[in-house]
Design a binder for this molecule. Structure first.
Ligand SMILES: [Zn+2]
Length: 1002
């Protein structure tokens, strides 16, 4: 039938009534509140994004909206202790989840058998550790430290398996075994079910599970097949009334269950509606659903994932009776289109000790009744379970569950390790629990901090509302890949609007890869600041530079990576650049420099007592010494104490106020972790961390960077030589005191001499200068180099009676590279691999060259280049890093005699050297980011010490674990020291020591 003619107005009105209207002009924060969902897989607080939770992010995000005239947004932030890239391993706790970064002593986690265990110790955060990414056969991944202990099944290949205790690093080289047909050698037991007591849950878990599957998302109706009439009986066990109906509007054989149909719940004597707050006129059932936050937002509430075993099983039965299937072999599947339910069901199965695998079904075009229909994306959670755990109540499904007898049950109860891959080091920490095995459950993937999510909202907004070419830059390509998989993929998958716009990389014509996502009107490219090629790849309108203080100073010889990235935005007049970082060292910090150029906004919040607006400053946080739990913030105006729980109300009324003029196009925001919302990083915790950081420069530095979000001020002026001279100690020059456990040396080459310092290193990187020598002679001739040979061959007496060799000697190649390479080549060499530096042989010689880079101490080694460097590697050193470190350590005061305390970590000990040594050691100072030598001072001693420090790093001191130190300390006393022809020139020969020895074996 032809449609009657319509006027434009009628068409418009009809469309309007049908809900079609132009999208309002949204800002990024409004977009996030409407469309953003935080993944249950990757967020600390999953569910819809709420800007009101972190009100200070609103203006920052909205500056990134196209409607804002701001071109560049700089966000200098504290990270909630632990750093943004790391400590993100999720740990299930009795209450829910926590992360390695935030876990505290006393929290209740689970041991490997699922029994609650208490955390009894939490270590410091370790940097520069060997880190590995382990992938399991069910697709789950975890990043672990090389020394993390596992109890694993070792498949010996003869059909035999044995249970071994091993570490990640030990499994790494051996995890694939066998010849052409490789097998995965190691497997880990699936954790047992979590053992938890009955929880007071408002709604029967079976009913909730059944409603989550088949229920109407906003009404008290559940659709069932009329054959499944028995559901009524199963639901009768719950506290609500269920009516079975065959309504007139039904299609096919569908029936309808009306839960607690339309009646108000009975009031209790006190006038309330029982345990749940129920709106007037609402049924008890709907009131419960609303209170659980599942109406229009189907997911499994956290409390239901931490009920007792039978409560969790009942929930699973409800879910499986509605949306579950079982095939003939007894394999079970739960199918859903809702990502939140997918993750909930996966976690539920894990808490029941069942191993599950997730399969995704891409949206497909089908033709149904002659019409093309696009099916939705969906997921199946597949798991194997035997009839000793009934996962259904519905008899037609239940009776298909199979018996355990005669089946290969091991496959369902173990997760094989399918790959172990060395990855960039991330900050890690260890915890100890009071379970018999001291093992605990860790799992899931990344948990981003909320602050980082502002950038992800920017990405989502661009894809959906303001498409154009966009680039996201992480410090390295490796991190860019991780960020893509662990943050960007969930961002897209969990948002209905983004999922439709970005094709899944798994569909064949998607044009999408890990580092590139196409969408209508634009493309999102992700790269690392260490790749000049990546940074030059295309012109972009939107640029998101994340964690810029971790970027290298120079990329592939093409200059500053940030300038390289900026250059890509020039063609766009309406460009947006978002720069985010936690600042590191002052004077070197990129984010600090960018903030200084901006209008320098700080977040002002009102005092709850007197209303005075102020910026939160650590100085105003006060507590009695030793009692950080009593910390309170003191108002700058009325001096009244403000407590952590009052913070949210202050944040909600806060406002950003600029403190500088700026260039008009750049806005800068500075925010410390003192502003973390209630429930996250608290003031008490900040006070506690501050107390712990005392007496240790490194920790104090982390505190200032990570918590306060400020750069660490290396004091510009050099330490004074006089106090160092005055505190010299009485050990003999040429000997190593008891605490010094291994020796390294650094040699500075001049035209007419080589100066060498030998340094002993001990726990906490404490150091003792053992000897300082000046070898005289023209360095273009062999004689002085023979003296260096002799010194390298010398073994130095140790307080224990042992004699110690120099493990690694670094020689400055800057003065005469050719001769230095010639000399180095005749000694054992250090190697450089994905694991960093290795110096397996004692008396290793290394050619080193200082650079002005500030990101790392050892930057790497050149490949062996036979033509130019005669077959030796040249090692690069970040000289400013080493000098800053040394100077902060020279400032450490020795403990007073009466305190009886040990020397602080990093303390430098010196024997009775001449004044000149100390003058040289302190000859340079940092002026506006540059190291300058004071007039009329020489600096060879400083250079030697810096090279000796680099040598210690090459030997591995920055990676040492407790085990290494203990090994160094626990050596048996040596036999009587061998007489040594130390002064005689040693014949030149290449020493090839084959023993990867403990150091006393020489
Ligand atoms: Zn006040």
């Amino acid at each position: 039938m032809p449609l009657p003619a319509q006027t434009a107005t009628e068409i418009y009105n009809a469309a309007f009534n049908a809900g079609l209207r132009p999208d309002p002009v949204l800002t990024v924060s409004e977009w996030a509140d409407r469309y953003r969902r935080l993944s249950g897989k990757s967020a600390a607080e999953p569910g819809p994004w709420r800007t009101e939770r972190t009100p200070y992010l609103r203006e920052i995000m909205d500056s990134l909206s196209p409607s804002s005239p701001v071109e560049r947004v700089v966000f200098m932030k504290g990270s909630q202790i632990g750093g943004p890239l790391a400590l993100d391993t999720a740990i299930p706790t009795v209450e829910g989840w926590t992360t390695m970064g935030t876990i505290r002593v006393g929290e209740r986690v689970f041991d490997e058998n699922g029994h609650p265990a208490r955390v009894i110790a939490v270590s410091d955060v370790f940097f520069d550790r060997e880190c590995y990414e382990i992938t399991f056969s069910d697709g789950s991944r975890i990043v672990s430290d090389g020394s993390h202990r596992w109890v694993a099944w070792d498949d010996l290949g003869t059909g035999k398996r044995r249970l071994v205790k091993t570490t990640t690093a030990a499994m790494h080289p051996r995890h694939k075994a066998g010849g052409r047909k490789q097998r995965n050698r190691f497997a880990i037991d699936v954790a047992g079910p979590l053992c938890l007591p009955e929880s007071p849950l408002p709604l029967d878990p079976y009913l909730l599970g059944y409603w989550l599957g088949n229920g109407n998302a906003v009404m008290n109706h559940i659709t069932i097949h009329e054959d499944d009439h028995e559901i009524v009986d199963h639901l009768a066990q719950s506290r609500v009334k269920v009516e079975y109906r065959l309504p007139w509007w039904r299609k096919g054989r569908a029936a309808d269950l009306l839960v607690d149909g339309g009646r108000r719940p009975e009031r209790l004597e006190d006038g309330s509606f029982g345990p749940v707050a129920v709106a007037e006129g609402e049924t008890y059932f709907m009131g419960c659903l609303r209170d659980l936050g599942v109406v229009g937002n189907k997911h499994i509430p956290a409390a239901y994932l931490r009920g007792s075993f039978s409560q969790r099983l009942a929930l699973l039965q409800g879910l499986m009776d509605s949306d579950g299937h079982i095939c003939r072999e007894g394999r079970c599947e739960y199918a859903t289109h809702t990502p939140a339910l997918l993750h909930g069901v996966y976690e539920l199965l894990m808490t029941l000790g069942l191993k599950a695998t997730i399969y995704r079904r891409a949206p497909q075009r089908q033709v149904i009744c002659g019409r093309p229909v696009q099916s939705r994306e969906g997921w199946r959670v597949s798991f194997m379970v035997y009839d000793d755990i009934p996962v259904f109540r519905l008899s037609r499904k239940l009776h298909r569950q199979v018996d355990r007898v005669g089946r290969r049950t091991t496959e369902t109860e173990r997760r094989r390790i399918v790959s172990i891959r060395r990855v960039d080091s991330v900050p890690v920490r260890c915890i100890a629990v009071d379970s018999p095995s001291h093992l605990f459950l860790a799992g899931r993937s990344m948990i981003p901090t909320h602050n980082t999510e502002a950038g992800n909202n920017f990405v989502g907004y661009v894809i959906h509302k303001s498409p154009g070419p966009m680039m996201v830059v992480q410090p390295t390509v490796e991190l860019a890949k991780r960020n893509s998989k662990q943050r960007i993929d969930p961002l897209i998958e969990e948002s209905d609007v983004l999922r439709e716009l970005v094709k899944s990389p798994r569909s064949r014509d998607s044009g999408n890869t890990v580092l590139s996502k196409e969408f209508p009107g634009g493309v999102l490219v992700m790269t690392g600041a260490n790749s000049a090629v990546g940074l030059r790849s295309m012109a972009v309108r939107y640029l998101f530079l994340d964690e810029i203080d971790a970027y290298p100073g120079d990329v592939d010889g093409e200059g500053d990576p940030i300038n390289l990235a900026f250059a890509r935005t020039r063609t766009f007049s309406r460009r947006k650049v978002f720069m985010v970082s936690t600042p590191l060292v002052a004077g070197w910090s990129r984010i600090e420099a960018a903030y200084a150029e901006s209008d320098q906004r700080r977040y002002w919040v009102p005092c709850p007592h007197c209303g005075e607006y102020q910026v939160l400053k650590f100085e105003r946080l006060r507590w009695p010494k030793g009692e950080p739990q009593k910390a309170a913030y003191h108002c700058i105006a009325c001096e009244q104490p403000i407590f952590n729980h009052q913070k949210n109300a202050m944040l909600a009324r806060g406002e950003w106020r600029p403190e500088a003029q700026g260039d008009g196009r750049t806005r800068g925001y500075h925010l410390s972790s003192l502003y973390s919302p209630v429930g996250w990083y608290s003031w008490e915790r900040a006070a506690e961390d501050w107390e712990k950081a005392q007496k240790d420069v490194e920790r104090l530095k982390s505190f200032v960077n990570l918590v306060l979000g400020e750069s660490w001020q290396e004091r510009g002026d050099a330490p004074d030589w006089q106090p160092l001279y005055d505190r010299r100690e009485d050990y003999a020059i040429g000997t190593a005191p008891q605490g010094g456990l291994f020796l390294t040396a650094g040699a500075d080459v001049q035209r007419d001499r080589i100066e060498v310092e030998v340094v002993a290193w001990g726990r906490g990187k404490k150091s003792w200068s053992v000897d300082y020598r000046v070898l005289m002679g023209d360095t273009a001739r062999a004689d002085v180099w023979r003296q260096l040979d002799a010194l390298l061959d010398e073994e130095f007496p140790h307080a224990s009676g042992l004699r110690l060799p120099i493990r690694v000697l670094c020689v400055d190649s800057g003065f005469n590279p050719r001769i230095t390479y010639d000399w180095v080549r005749q000694h054992p060499q250090a190697s450089w691999g994905p694991a960093g530096a290795r110096a397996a042989h004692p008396k290793t010689a290394v050619a080193i060259k200082g650079t002005a880079r500030t990101d790392r101490l050892i930057l790497g080694a050149s490949p062996v280049d036979a033509s130019r460097r005669r077959g030796t590697r040249l090692w690069m050193l970040g000289t400013p890093v080493a000098k800053s470190e040394l100077y902060s350590r020279l400032r450490l005061a020795p403990p007073t005699e009466e305190s009886g305390e040990p020397f602080p970590a990093g303390y430098c000990h010196f024997p009775r050297y001449e004044e000149e040594y100390f003058r040289q050691l302190t000859a340079e100072s940092l002026v506006k980011g540059h190291w300058v030598v004071a007039p009329n001072r020489r600096n060879e001693a400083l250079d030697c010490r810096v090279y000796a420090r680099a040598a210690a790093s090459i030997y591995g001191i920055d990676r040492f674990t407790e085990k290494h130190w203990r090994e160094l300390e626990s050596l048996p006393p040596a036999p009587a020291a061998q007489p040594e022809a130390a002064s005689a020139p040693h014949p030149r020969r290449v020493r090839r020591l084959t023993v990867r020895s403990k150091w006393m074996q020489n």
